[in-house]
Design a protein around this ligand. Structure first.
Ligand SMILES: Nc1ncnc2c1ncn2[C@@H]1O[C@@H]2COP(=O)(O)O[C@H]2[C@H]1O
Length: 236
């Protein structure tokens, strides 16, 4: 596992801060304060940035790259709680309630991060209602996502779970829904609680039946059909 990290660099620009959703609506005077206390850090792929159970010292904002939030048991079995992309933040839970880190966060690509230490983050929160509100909105969105995941685990078969995940990760692009981020079958398996072999089988079947196609390394979804795939067992 990679633990090497580059030396931190100080000082994000105001333009950069303006482009990050949790800083939306925060006045420039406050952003200047944040710019003074935040610093850049670059971490290579496979670096564990935050480790479950550790004490909490900082909030992280992902400027570029990608990361996964995961939990594992003593036997090394993993569940991926979510994937994070540019503009998203992590490490807020421990800062808010003082508990140890709730999960590992690992870089899936080289990441450019903005780091704000615990005391600086708390000072920024105390002085800025918009920042508090933006953090609350993100927490509500994460709760909604977690609720949807519980529902899908309880009510859908593996076909339905794979289909739902592909739709959730797809983005609108010129009238089509396309998955741009790198999503391995192993990652999908760890997100939906199925084996990698099962996910491979289901995806091959869905592709053969025309629910999606892979074009130049991207997955293009034939949306209307994918939203309700029938598993072979339930087909007439
Ligand atoms: N279900 C989830 N969705 C998105 N992010 C999460 C989820 N669970 C944990 N995290 C993030 O992972 C971080 C691990 O460290 P913290 O508990 O400090 O803060 C946590 C959150 O930022």
């Amino acid at each position: 596992m990679n633990t090497a990290v580059e030396q931190p660099r100080r000082g994000p620009s105001l333009t950069l801060l303006h482009s990050i959703p949790i800083f939306a609506g925060v006045p420039d005077a406050q952003l200047e304060q944040i710019a003074k206390v935040a610093f850049h850090r670059r971490v290579p792929r496979q670096t564990t940035i935050v480790r479950a159970g550790d004490s909490t010292d900082s909030l992280y904002v992902l400027i570029s790259g990608g990361a996964k939030v995961l939990n594992s048991d003593e036997e090394g079995r993993e569940v991926i709680l979510t994937l994070l992309g540019p503009g998203e933040f992590f490490g807020e839970m421990g800062l808010i309630d003082g508990s140890p880190r709730s999960a590992d966060v690992m870089a899936t690509e080289t990441c450019e991060l903005l780091v704000i230490t615990k005391n600086d983050f708390k000072r920024c929160l105390a002085e800025n209602f918009d920042l508090c509100l933006n953090i609350m909105k993100s927490l509500v969105q994460r709760l909604r996502e977690a609720d949807r995941n519980i529902e899908s685990l309880a009510l859908l078969d593996v076909y339905g779970r794979v289909a739902k995940l592909l739709i959730d990760f797809s983005e609108e692009e010129r009238g089509q829904r396309v998955i741009r981020r790198r999503l391995t079958k192993q990652d999908i398996a760890k997100m939906i609680g199925a084996s990698r072999e099962m996910v491979s089988r289901v995806m091959k079947d869905l592709e053969n039946r025309g629910y999606f196609r892979v074009e130049e390394g991207r997955t293009v979804i034939l949306e209307k059909r994918l939203s309700s795939p029938a598993s072979p067992a339930s087909q007439p």
